[in-house]
Every structure is written in C-alpha cells, then in structure tokens.
Design a protein around this ligand. Structure first.
Ligand code: PLP
Length: 906
C-alpha cells in the first residue's frame, strides 16, 4: 500500500486516515467549501439537497494523482475520474508541463480563421492512430458538441434527416445529441427527440436491420456507443458493432460510433471499435482527450461523411484553440507510447479488478448482482436480499429501490474512502472507472471496499450502512447485537372465493423504523430522525407482508399490508397534495396486488383529505373507524368491570369528541354512563355549536332506535332521558356528514339543555372531572399529563401515536388502556407486528378484514359521521367471524390487573 493513501486494511475494516499534509489551510478550505455550496445553489439547489442527504456533498480542496483531498484532509481514491475525463489522475505533472511549454513558446491560442498548427498536428495524430479510413477532423469543447457535428455531417452528406439511435443510450444534452439520447426523462419538455429521431433496442442487430429496412431511405446515420456508459455499463453481444457496420452499409446509412466514454484507452484499446476491426463514418471523442485539465472534443469523419458543405457550415470559436490542442496532443502521444504502457496497464488492472469484483459476486450474490464492462470501464450492479423484508432485518436497504446505488456510493466514500458514482440512468449500477494509470494496490483497495460494502448489506446491517449518515459529527459508530432473522411470510395466491384486502400503514414514529428493520434498533432517536430525514425523498410505499385470515365461520380472506414509510410527523409536514399522492400510490399498489377493499390506517386517512381523488382509483376504501368505535366501547366496559365500579355512575370525557370516532363513541357510550363531556379543539363558536347540536341529535336518534329495538334503560339515566326526546329525526345526511337546519338546531339545544351532555374546549377541566377518558384525536402529541387526572380514572387511548404522556403511563393509580386492539380469529402472524403481539390487530385492520371475509366491497366508514348501521353491523360481524377484544393492554403489553388492583386498593 503506497504510504500516501494511508488507508489501513487491518481486519478488513477501513480506517479513514488523516493526511498529514492537508492541502489547504483551514480558512482556505472553508472559503472553497462555501463557494462550492454557493455554486450548487445557483445551478441546482435540488441537487445540492440530494447530495447533502446522502452525504455525497464533499468539497475536495486538493488532488494528488489518483487521490482527492477534502477540507479536513481526508483522502479518497477517485474511481469516478471525472466520468472518464481524468485519465491519468489529477494534475499529472506532464500535462502541466505541456501548459508551461505552451506559455513559454508564446504560441497564439485563438486565431481563427488563420492557420492553426496545433490543431493540424492533433488532427494528424488522431487520423493516423484512429481506425483506418478516417480522413477529416473537427474540434470542439464538449462531448455533446462532437455528437452535434457528427449528426450534421451525416445529414449533409446523405441529404436525409433521420437518425437512428439506441434505447438507453447517452450522447449528450444539447438538442440533437439529446434527441439521440434514449432516455425520455432528459428529453421531456425540451422538444426532444426532434423530428426524425428513432430508437432500436441496444445490442439487437435484427431490430437494427428491420428498422433500416423500413426507414433506411430517410435515415442519415445510426449512432451507437460500443458500451453504454451512462445507461449502466451495458455491453452488447460480441460482434454487434461489426454487424451494425454491415447492416448500415447494406442500407446506405452512415455509422456514428460515439467513443466519448469508451475511447482513448478506457476499454483497453485506444478505440473500442478497433476491437471489432471496424471503421465508422464518424467517431466522436472528448472526456479523456483533455488530459483531465482542458475541455476538448473531436469528431473524426470518413470521406463518406465529410462534405465541403459541412466544412463551411460548421465551426466553433474555441474549437482548435492551441492550448487545448497542445495538451490533447500530449495525451494521444502518451496513450500511444509503449514506453508508458498506459493501455497495457488498463488491460492488466482492468482484468484484475474485474476478477476481484466477480469473486465478490460469487460470495455475495444477493448484493453484487453483476459485474460488467471492459478494461477500466466497469459497472457493479447492486441488489439487496429480498427476504430481508419478511425477516424484518435490512428492510431499510430493500426499500431504497433505485436509490440504493447512491447510498452505497455514500458508504464507500465516507466509510471506505473510495469515490465511485452511480450511472446517470443505470438503475442500481455503480461505475468503477479509476484512472487508466491505477495501480494494483489501488485495485485491491477498491475490491476490499466493495467487500466491506457487500458484507454490510449482505448481513442486513442497515445500521452499519447508514451509521456515517446519522451519527452526530465526531461520535463513534453505533453497533448492535448480531442480527437474527425471523420467519418469512409467504405470499400465496388467493384461493377462489377468498376475500381480498389490503391495509395501508405508516410509521407511527421513529421507533417504528426499527420495528420494520431490527438492525436499526441500536440507533438513538436522533440518529433515527436523521435517517428519516435523509430517506424522506426515497421513501415509497411497499408491500411488507401478506396474511390469510380464517373466520370461525369458515370463510377466508387474503390480505397485503402496504407500508408507507413516513412517520406521522413527516406525513403531517407534507403538503396535502404530496401526502395524497403518497397515499394514492399505496392504494394503487394494494389494488394492483389484487385487493378488492383497501383500509386506510393511521394518518393515511387524515392526510388524504381529498378523499375524492382516492375514490377515483376505483377500489372501495375504509378507514376502519366503525369497528374501532365498537371495540373501544367494549374495552371501556371491560376496564370498568375490572375496576369494580359500576359504569352507570361514570362521568365520561371524550377528547376529540367532535371527530368521526369521538362523536360516534358518544352515542354508544351514552347508553352506559351518567354523563358525557365532548372535548373539542378551539374554533369558531358558531361552528362548534352546530357540531354539538348534530352530535346531540345523533345521540338522541341512536338511543331512540335502541329503545325501539327493545333495549331497556334505567329510569332517569342519561340514556333513558335522551331516548325519550323527539329531535333525532331532524338529521339529514349527505356525503358522509350529518346536518341540521338552523331551526332544528335550536330545538335540539333547547330540549337537551337540562341534560348532562356538554361540549367544551377546556381539556384539563374535563379530564379532571372524568371517571373515564377516551382519547380519539388526530394530534400526534401527548395531550394528557399526569397532574390532570384523578386517581382511579380509566383512560382509553385510541389515538396513534398515543395521546397519553409517558409520565401518566407510569402512574400506578390510573388505568391506561390501549383502545381498539382486537384478537384476529386463529391468531395468524400478520408478518409485521405493528407493535402488537402475534395474532392481534388494530380494530381498523379487523374492519377491513371483515369486509373482505364478507365480500362486502363498498366504501365504508368514510366521511365525518359514521353510519349507525355500520356500527351495528361490525358488532355482529365480529361475533360471526370470531374477532374479539384482546385482553386489556397498555403500551402494547397486557396489563397486570392484579397488581393494579392492589395498588389502587392501597
Ligand atoms: N456521449 C457519451 C457516450 C457520453 O458518455 C457523454 C457524456 O457522458 C457524452 C456523449 C456527452 O459528453 P459531454 O458531457 O462532454 O457533453
């Protein structure tokens, strides 16, 4: 290992070493960095943010050979090499010497249209060393300019405008080159592809032949890369270029070979097309030609592609400038010199590196999926073991999707000191393109870095993978216990007659990230927060697990759990449109997987306010709120029984009493308690009064119905009195909302004014006077503090995240229970636990399951006011299918009721 790199490989781990000779003073380093950050803000703030998220926003302040140095003096082996534009490492002395020689000679740099000796010498060198048959050269400054020249030359030579290109190819971003770039993302909105551009699949000679048979008469040229670089280092089948040459000849079409990336030694030959022994009509070069110092490009033309018309119509102010020509000439001479053996080095180190990476592929096939390319133009395709998801380890990495390569590049850079880059459009491919002069030691460095990456990903260690991203600066990396995999959940096809559902959940809080991926359990809350922030843009809904529900009546349903990987706080922070789009894509995923009813869990129904947009997706939806209400009442009854006090003396407070769950709960609980206080949020008092009147009328209507069904209420009880009033029939319902006319509202309030049902916004007072408190809000924060609650109070928390503070939970003399948790018939493993014991589910999930068991594929529990019939029907369906209240639980654990009783008795 050369001393200058000073990375140590002991025990296979890298220790980033501080260079003793940091290239810049602290002040200078800071100035560099701040100017670099300013630039990214000018040119593309979004890119700046993306780079920052994945910690690829390094500012290099120095470079020595193959190594880059950042402001802190850390050194990184550069295997990006300016996307091929840095062929001999950074700042090679002999390139600078060419500049110094030029300075000394005082040769004029830009004197067009006078004669240009430098350009003449370079053109001669290129034609002499290029494929036989190249006759003419025109110079420019960038690769895309060379492609433009090639296309124009071929069009003028043939009198045709058509250009055939390859899908997934890359030829630059000015308009003709962009039109030939087979990636719609770059073209859309820019007027590309321009008229006349067509595409055929890359590597498919038959498709080329067929396209030219049909369109050859209107096609000037076929443009192709010997290896697709930006497309993900894709090699065509052997012999493809030779066949392309013959097919083009057969149809009288010119052939442009774009060697901007492959040319000048990169693939182990001076020109990649030489390995198939062909001569194109146009050959484009750029990148390496400038020796890593100057922007310069060239378009070489055969006699068939060159015309005097082209020569007179094409030029460029900087094309042929003498400084660039002198440097490029040295580059070509260097590459061609046997003494320096650059190309031989490419062949030797390239095959060593490829062998090493391929050996890793054999060992870690789930991570290193493929190693492709030739010479020192290599691509490593990455993947993640798909079974991680079901095993609950490494899940984070499986969810990165197409962003895996960026995160892997970040790991390699920050942990292993190796700089590699994803390709522009090549999925999860990392390009490995060290300088052509790379050494054996450096190849070992690259192989070891990939080995460490593969071990980390292969072991499902999301924590290790992201440690550098989330740890506070200067702190030690966290380590967790060895990760053990759990049982995988198999996805089977639904049997005939089975119901089908999907249920959408999101991450409740940062801790639930570790529940999805146990390898993250060792990260602190702030580290998880950092990770959530960095992952935010990449987080798309995914299928997490599948389950088959068998009702006690024998019916079955199969369902998928779809995770929307955003925390409650993230969801609430998003704009309504963004949140809706995320929820909609989760619903679509459920539908695509075969769901006939989709349940919207947690905040997904809260943030998707524009429910109409979701309805358009064309699959019935439910919030699961009806059965949540039913099961909350059951839990309250059970809790009251436990406390040994009769519920009919209870004063109930419902926090969130104006909402969908709270208001329905008011009707049901009024059957059993002495008084009800609805606690709402502060707001416009006229609207609050309206809402209160609607909820009262609804309670009256519900209790009157129950009486009509033969239910007997104790004389003088709240239920008895409400059920005798005559104001429930005045309610009308539209679009899931109950309404009263103004006069009906007056009558309702007048009739109920003497009764103990109140509406308030004074939460502390209401809670202080209650014997039982229901929490059913969409607030993500703790609302109930310990000093608000009297000893002996029952608190039933339906809100997720919980509305009960940790301190209250610790108080031994208050019974806090999780509402809305039920046991699923047969207690199946849902694959994901959602913080629950096996076989338990939230009531909203259970509602979705019941709808599927019943094949009741209709919108349910949507809108602000749940339908009475729905509430009734889920009580019955739960009995029919065997869903029942889970034992009383708090913070997802069974409550030790004996201990509780002895505490409260004392
Ligand atoms: N053609 C190929 C094959 C390339 O790889 C590239 C750049 O990556 C170009 C053309 C465009 O070159 P430039 O970015 O210098 O315009």
């Amino acid at each position: 290992m050369p001393d200058q790199y000073r990375a140590t490989f002991d025990s296979g781990e890298f220790e980033a070493a501080r260079a003793p000779d940091a290239a810049k003073t602290d002040d200078e380093g800071e100035r560099y960095e701040s100017a670099a950050r300013d630039y990214v803000q000018f040119v593309n703030p979004h890119l700046g943010e993306l780079l920052e998220r994945v910690a690829l926003d390094k500012c290099f302040v120095g470079a020595e050979g193959h190594v880059l140095i950042d402001a802190e003096g850390e050194r990184y082996l550069d295997a990006v090499s300016g996307y091929g534009a840095v062929p001999f490492g950074h700042n090679p002395d002999w390139v600078w010497q060419a500049v110094r020689d030029f300075e000394q000679r005082r040769e004029p740099c830009m004197v067009q249209p006078s004669l240009l000796p430098g350009a003449g010498e370079l053109a001669e060198a290129l034609v002499r060393r290029g494929p036989p048959g190249m006759r003419h050269v025109t110079f420019g400054s960038s690769g895309t300019e060379a492609v433009e020249a090639a296309i124009k030359a071929c069009r003028l030579a043939t009198g045709r405008l058509g250009v055939l290109s390859t899908e997934n190819g890359f030829h630059g971003k000015t308009l003709a080159a962009l039109s030939a770039t087979g990636r719609p993302f770059f073209q859309e909105g820019c007027g590309a592809p321009a008229a006349g551009f067509r595409f055929v699949p890359y590597g498919d000679a038959d498709a080329l032949d067929e396209a030219l048979r049909e369109h050859g008469h209107e096609t000037a040229a076929f443009i192709v890369e010997p290896i697709q670089g930006e497309g993900g280092v894709v090699e065509p089948p052997a012999g493809y270029l030779g066949l392309a040459r013959r097919i083009c000849d057969r149809h009288g079409v010119l052939l442009i070979v774009d060697e901007i990336q492959t040319g000048l030694g990169r693939t182990g030959a001076l020109f990649a097309c030489q390995s198939e022994g062909i001569t194109p009509d146009a050959l484009t070069l750029a990148k390496a030609l400038g020796g890593g110092l100057l922007p310069v490009s060239a378009c070489l033309l055969s006699a068939s592609a060159w015309t005097p018309e082209f020569a007179s119509k094409h030029s460029s102010t900087f094309g042929g400038n003498a400084l660039a020509m002198r440097v490029a000439l040295r580059v070509v001479e260097r590459l061609a010199s046997e003494e320096h053996g650059v190309i031989e080095n490419v062949v030797r180190q390239g095959s060593y590196l490829k062998r090493g990476l391929r050996a890793l592929q054999r060992e870690h096939g789930s991570v290193i999926r493929e190693v492709r390319g030739r010479g020192l133009m290599l691509g490593v395709e990455l993947g993640v073991d798909p079974s991680f998801m079901a095993r609950g380890v490494g899940t984070f990495m499986t969810r990165l999707g197409e962003h895996l390569a960026a995160f892997a590049a970040s790991y390699l850079l920050n942990v292993c000191g190796l700089r590699v880059a994803p390709t522009l459009a090549g999925g999860n491919v990392l390009r490995v393109q060290p300088p052509l002069t790379v050494t054996r030691d450096e190849c070992d460095w690259i192989i070891r870095a990939f080995q460490q990456l593969a071990r980390t990903i292969g072991a499902g260690r999301s924590d290790e993978f992201v440690a550098h991203l989330v740890a506070p600066k200067g702190s030690k990396r966290p380590r967790t216990e060895a990760v053990r995999g759990g049982q995988s959940t198999r996805t089977e096809d639904a049997a005939e007659g089975e119901g089908r559902f999907a249920f959408i959940v999101h991450l409740l809080d940062l801790r639930s990230m570790a529940e999805c991926d146990r390898s993250l359990a060792g990260l602190s809350s702030s580290e998880l927060g950092e990770l959530a922030h960095r992952f935010e843009d990449s987080a798309k809904p995914f299928h997490a697990s599948s389950v088959r529900i068998q009702s006690t009546s024998g019916q079955t349903a199969r369902g998928d759990f779809i995770i929307l990987p955003k925390t409650t706080t993230q969801l609430l922070r998003m704009s309504p449109d963004e949140a809706l789009e995320d929820v909609a894509s989760a619903v679509r995923l459920g539908k695509e997987r075969g769901a006939r009813i989709v349940g919207l869990g947690g905040y997904t129904s809260v943030v998707a306010q524009n429910i109409r947009a979701l309805l358009k997706i064309g699959v019935p939806l439910t919030t699961g709120n009806s059965y949540t209400v039913v099961s909350a009442v059951e839990a309250a009854v059970e809790a009251a029984r436990t406390t040994g006090r009769s519920m009919e003396h209870y004063r109930a407070a419902i926090v969130g009493g104006a909402g969908s769950i709270g208001s329905a709960l008011a009707s049901l609980i009024a059957e059993r308690v002495a008084s009800v206080v609805l606690v709402g949020r502060e707001g416009d008092s006229a609207a609050m009064r309206k809402r209160y009147a609607v909820i009262l009328a609804r309670m009256v209507r519900h209790l009157a119905r129950r009486r009509a069904q033969g239910v007997r209420f104790a004389p003088g009880s709240l239920a008895d009195e409400l059920s005798r009033l005559q104001c429930g029939e005045e309610l009308s319902q539209s679009e899931g909302r109950l309404r009263l006319t103004e006069s009906a509202e007056q009558r309702v309030l007048a009739q109920t004014s003497e009764l103990p049902v109140r509406f308030t916004v004074d939460l502390p007072a209401a809670v202080a006077q209650a014997d039982i408190v229901f929490l059913a809000t969409s607030s993500p924060d703790p609302l109930i503090q310990p000093d608000m609650v009297r000893p002996g109070t029952v608190v039933c928390d339906l809100s997720r995240p919980a509305n009960v503070s940790d301190d209250l939970f610790q108080r031994g003399d208050v019974l806090v229970i999780d509402g809305g948790i039920v046991a699923v018939p047969g207690r199946p493993d849902l694959g994901f636990r959602f913080g629950l014991a096996p076989g338990l589910a939230y009531a909203c999930m259970a509602e979705t399951m019941m709808l599927a068991l019943e094949h009741r594929y209709e919108h349910t529990s949507l809108g602000r006011d749940l339908q009475e019939e729905s509430l009734d029907s889920f009580r019955d369906l739960a009995g029919k299918h065997g869903f029942r209240l889970a034992e009383l639980r708090a913070r997802q654990r069974p409550i030790d009721l004996r201990a509780w009783r002895s505490r409260t008795a004392a």
